[in-house]
Design a protein around this ligand. Structure first.
Ligand SMILES: [Zn+2]
Length: 150
């Protein structure tokens, strides 16, 4: 029996169905998309004002916003998370959240400062927010997709 059975185990690339290219979004890997997917993993956006689950997407220059189809109020994916009312860009927050989940121990503010470019003071306050909100939907969402440390 041949030990190198890789060609038998793994189908060749030719065997894989060639899926048609999906319509290309403007920013395929934008932090805003990632935030949206984390915030409402496996569900539609939920209105923080009335709980309705149908909304219109408003694509602005930087951030995606939603407009509730029932109460007509607008909200962003940051609403109700540690990112709410923060000036730190979404990409910086996502980096900080990953650091918080993978290695929450000593020196976290300094590591966030280095990784994101925010000031130490800002990084420190981000850590306070994350530590105060273990049930934050973004933290819970990231924990589901990140293997535990060690
Ligand atoms: Zn609403």
């Amino acid at each position: 029996m041949q030990m190198d059975g890789s060609s038998m185990i793994f189908p060749s690339s030719e065997a894989l169905p060639q899926s048609p290219l999906p319509a290309r979004p403007k920013e395929p890997h934008s932090p805003e998309r990632e935030l949206e997917q984390l915030r409402w993993a496996r569900s539609r956006p939920v209105c923080p004002h009335c709980g309705f689950r149908h909304a219109y997407r408003l694509e602005g220059s930087q951030r995606v916003r939603f407009k509730c189809a029932r109460c007509r109020k607008q909200y962003s994916a940051r609403r109700g998370t540690v990112m709410e009312r923060s000036n730190v860009p979404t990409a910086g927050w996502l980096t900080a959240l990953r650091l918080f989940i993978s290695a929450p121990g000593a020196g976290l503010p300094a590591r966030i400062e280095r990784a994101t470019g925010v000031s130490y003071k800002t990084a420190w306050s981000m850590v306070q927010r994350m530590r105060a909100a273990p049930e934050d939907p973004l933290i819970l969402g990231l924990r589901q997709t990140t293997p535990p440390p060690g």
